[in-house]
Design a binder for this molecule. Structure first.
Ligand code: DP6
Length: 321
């Protein structure tokens, strides 16, 4: 086969990856735990052809020269530097580069499509490690449901810890800006490691947060997962805020969404927030609360639209039609 198409869903971290222990190999400094979404998706089609000479990338119907280097490097990692040139076509049903984990879905799908197109058929953990080299969070999108990523001596271990059926959490994303973020997460986390006075304590407490979340998932203990996830998110943002220059992704709308979620919690609604490298707020809730959470966020000042989603599958090759 010289052509293949794969689909991957973005994932949202509840215990965050922020910081690299090896920039060259893009290995994370900390363990992380995430949920893979269902309704948001990125499709990547990769076609190798000896004739074309140079790689080409099309993202959502437009040429994307700015992203091409990262894509070419990822293809080299999967297929070797002596591979033929590739034509890559990507299509997402959600805003990209805006803190909605678009790079996680894109690189997970790219690695799976490139592996299939080059006839390798590697196993899931090998593909996850290859995706992680391109974007740390992408390693988690190889798996569905609730996913744990742990550092091992020289690499990462990634596995599913609950299927979507075992704990059918719902996520409502409050989109507050559609545009691309000013500073990518990779550069921002390198800055945090070099300059934030809180970075060392962030690293040292991550194991405890991870274990608390892991146990909460095992016991389906929503209150405990909510408490540790919000705490972990706010710590990550404290590290960002205290970097120099400061990395502040929040806007007025971000705070308004947090206030909405606090009000819902006050009314006994099982929901919590998490925020990544962008102004969007992701609300995680139990299924019975999804409608109330969705309408409360949709009515919040500054929210452009909401994207509700259950938990979904890991990255996979799509059958050709
Ligand atoms: C805030 O995976 O985008 O979303 O490895 O440099 O590509 P690179 O970083 P990336 O960082 C994700 C950061 C985060 C938290 C998370 O997803 O765990």
């Amino acid at each position: 086969m010289t052509q293949a198409t794969a689909e991957a869903q973005p994932n949202i971290a509840l215990i965050k990856y922020w910081g690299k222990r090896d920039v060259e190999r893009n290995l994370p400094a900390v363990d992380s735990l995430s949920v893979t979404l269902r309704s948001l998706r990125t499709r990547m089609s990769v076609e190798f052809s000896a004739e074309s000479g140079i790689d080409q990338l099309q993202v959502n119907d437009a040429q994307a020269p700015a992203l091409l280097r990262r894509v070419s490097t990822c293809l080299d990692t999967v297929c070797g530097r002596d591979r033929p040139a590739a034509r890559v076509v990507s299509d997402s049903n959600f805003p990209i580069g805006a803190g909605l984990a678009s790079s996680a879905a894109a690189f997970a799908a790219l690695v799976v499509a490139a592996d299939a197109a080059s006839g390798h058929a590697r196993d899931c953990i090998t593909l996850a490690r290859l995706a992680g080299r391109a974007s740390g969070s992408a390693a988690r999108s190889l798996y569905g449901g609730i996913v744990a990523l742990r550092n091992s001596a020289a690499n990462i271990d990634v596995k599913q810890i609950a299927t979507p059926e075992e704990w059918p959490l719902e996520v409502v994303i409050a989109v507050t800006e559609e545009g691309a973020k000013p500073l990518g997460s990779g550069d921002a986390m390198i800055r945090s490691a070099a300059t934030s006075p809180f970075y060392a304590s962030w690293l040292s407490a991550q194991g405890t947060d991870f274990d608390t979340a892991r146990t909460a998932v095992r016991n389906r203990d929503f209150a405990s997962l909510a408490a540790v996830s919000e705490h972990n998110c706010l710590k990550m943002h404290s590290v960002m805020w205290t970097s120099r220059p400061a990395v502040v992704y929040w806007t007025r709308a971000t705070l308004a969404c947090m206030e909405t979620i606090r009000k819902l919690q006050g009314d006994g609604v099982p929901v919590f927030f998490t925020i990544d490298a962008g102004p969007q707020v992701k609300a995680v809730c139990l299924p019975e609360a999804a409608e109330a959470v969705n309408s409360a966020l949709a009515e919040t000042a500054g929210v452009l639209r909401t994207l509700p989603s259950g938990l979904g599958p890991g990255a996979r090759v799509l059958a050709e039609t």
